[in-house]
Write a protein that binds this ligand. Structure first.
Ligand code: ADP
Ligand code: MG
Length: 254
């Protein structure tokens, strides 16, 4: 037992440890039950992709991991710590959105360092982390630009850079490539795969794109109406879908 473990620090990856666990998690908005009895364990370093039709609860699940939404019942654990009552800033997770959510009046470097500044990190340390992240993401030449001076792909890289600098234990991606054109999506998909290889962090990734899911995922979670239909590797789901819904979603031959 390590009850005092600080989830803000990325730990060394031990694939035997759960990075994230949902136990019988439910969420209602008023009388509407949007998440119903979800159980899931994600291992340290795993790349897990959530797929399912619009409105099935993918974003709500991510928001319950990040703490932007509380759970109605059940528990969410990060590492060995139940985080139901832990505020977002102390959960050790970072979220990348489809809409980038950059500050228009801040430069690339300032956007990337903003969260660290809020956490009162010394300026030197911020500078060094921003430099590391921008090297990883090939943003070095763009640090003094403003978001309006960037392409869609560059903006998304800044949003990813902003997530990286906090050294999160878990990355959450909510349809991060949906706003990009097809060619750029393929390129950014490869970059995200490389990033995972390089950093080794746990990643939870929501997408509508079946090819994205099949190429990025260690395991895919197929959701429907706030429940898990099936969890498995891309191969397992493709070759042995439990039902027609999964088969159709994954594109299995039937
Ligand atoms: P997905 O990301 O899979 O498209 P969401 O998690 O965004 O689905 O939404 C799941 C369901 O919860 C939808 O029916 C949505 O309308 C509902 N929902 C999400 N957020 C709220 C909210 N703040 N208030 C009321 N209903 C919501
Ligand atoms: Mg969504």
């Amino acid at each position: 037992m390590r009850p005092t473990m600080d989830t803000q620090q990325a730990t060394t990856s031990d694939p035997r440890l759960p990075a994230l666990e949902f136990q019988n998690v439910a969420k209602s908005f008023g009388a509407v039950n949007v998440i119903r009895g979800v159980d899931l364990q994600v291992r340290e370093g795993e790349f897990v992709v959530f797929v399912g039709p619009s409105g099935c609860g993918k974003s709500t699940l991510l928001r319950m991991i990040s703490g932007l939404e509380d759970v109605t019942s059940g528990t969410v654990s990060i590492g060995e710590r139940v985080v139901n009552d832990v505020p977002p800033a102390r959960r050790g997770v970072a979220m990348v959105f489809q809409s980038y959510a950059l500050y228009p009046h801040l430069t690339v470097a300032q956007n990337m360092g903003f969260g660290l500044k809020v956490r009162k990190m010394p300026a030197r340390e911020i500078e060094s982390r921003v430099a590391d992240a921008s090297a990883t993401l090939k943003l070095d030449a763009l640090l003094d630009r403003f978001p309006r001076e960037l392409s869609g792909g560059q903006r998304q890289r800044v949003a990813i850079g902003r997530a990286i600098v906090g050294n999160p234990r878990i990355f959450l991606f909510d349809e991060p490539l949906s706003n990009l054109d097809a060619e750029l999506r393929v390129h950014m998909r490869a970059e995200i795969a490389q990033l995972h290889e390089r950093l080794g962090n746990t990643m939870i990734y929501v997408t509508h794109d079946q090819i994205e899911a099949m190429t990025l995922a260690d395991r895919i979670v197929v959701l429907r109406d706030g429940q898990i239909e099936q969890v498995g590797s891309p191969q397992e789901l493709y070759l042995r879908p439990d039902n027609l819904f999964v088969a159709q979603f994954i594109g299995s031959p039937r």
